[in-house]
Design a protein around this ligand. Sequence first.
Ligand SMILES: NC(=O)c1ccc[n+]([C@@H]2O[C@H](COP(=O)([O-])OP(=O)(O)OC[C@H]3O[C@@H](n4cnc5c(N)ncnc54)[C@H](O)[C@@H]3O)[C@@H](O)[C@H]2O)c1
Ligand SMILES: [Zn+2]
Length: 362
Amino acid sequence: MSLTVPVPLGSRAYQVSIGELAPEATAELLADALKNPTGVAVLVDGNLASLSPRVAALVAALSARLPRVRQLNLAPGESAKSLTQVERSCQWLTEHGYDRGAAVVGLGGGASTDHAGFVAAIYLRGISFALVPTTLLAMVDASVGGKTGVDLPAGKNLVGAFHQPRAVVADLGFLDTLPARELAAGMAEVVKAGLIADAALFERIERESGNIGREALGELITAAVKVKAGVVTDDERETGRRAILNFGHTLGHALEAESAYALLHGEAVSLGMVAALTIGQARGVTEPALVPRATRLLARLGLPTDVNGRITGPVLARIEVDKKRRSDGVKFVFVPRPGDAVVVEVPLEEIKWQALAAFPGL
Ligand SMILES: NC(=O)c1ccc[n+]([C@@H]2O[C@H](COP(=O)([O-])OP(=O)(O)OC[C@H]3O[C@@H](n4cnc5c(N)ncnc54)[C@H](O)[C@@H]3O)[C@@H](O)[C@H]2O)c1
Ligand SMILES: [Zn+2]
């Protein structure tokens, strides 16, 4: 049994399916969504390919249903997100004769799904694709919304395209091999979804945080995907409301980069959310009780929350190179209370000043 979340984008509408799925069930959902492809290139995270027995089982189940199914192992994790690796994948597609009727299936964490989606967006000017996210972060965030792309030496996600998948299938069975630290990092984005748009989700994680079973996790993922799907449907190309998804990310990205990526994205976002709530409280936007509440929850989930001392001058300086910055202001997201978010264009100097006031450890 799987739960489903529709992403109603007109002619590009698709579904996200979530559940502990047999490889045959995953393959069936992918085959239905991809219609009649002339071939299927399964691009797989390099670590996952060697770790998870589910990869071979899924490729076999796809081969039983679709023509010319072949597997290419990508460089593991973030190292797949380069133009060199994209060229390698495109070259491999041509060598194996994949034409405009072929489809890509991206199998892995957010890095592999971003790579696979981007390859599908540009190969022969665009072919269809579907995603099988295998990290919690990719299930709740990276695989939904149609953003694809890779990094440049100058920064992350600087090259990319919007390209919507035909389907996303999140098989929770893939989480069996995921390290606990990666799982916790993914939970940060689930908490974010609750904070910005779903108070009941936030409260449920508070109640169950010590003891989240597979079935409950499937429901939490479904709720988080609904939040992301709702926001991206309203604002597919990030001109307005989609900005609320950046809650915790303005300072989160700065902390992540300043740590030279020693912090996982979700860990940095956990710190960024605590910082944004604290600054929100200082501005009178965030209800005071929420700061300790959210901090306690994130800590219980195994995430870092010790912002004081981490928001340093060099971290604040990094906000300036955030590509989401407009004019001299930062689109800063505040959460007044669980389930509610407001985007305020704040002058960069004011954010710096307020961070300095809120975090005396500087
Ligand atoms: N497109 C979007 O909207 C969007 C949104 C959020 C994040 N992202 C991108 O997603 C990426 C981060 O995603 P991530 O956190 O999944 O990282 P990731 O893809 O690097 O995966 C994390 C690690 O887990 C390994 N892994 C993947 N699945 C596994 C499994 N089931 N078992 C064991 N190991 C497994 C990977 O090899 C890697 O080492 C970043 O590149 C980020 O930019 C994109
Ligand atoms: Zn994020």
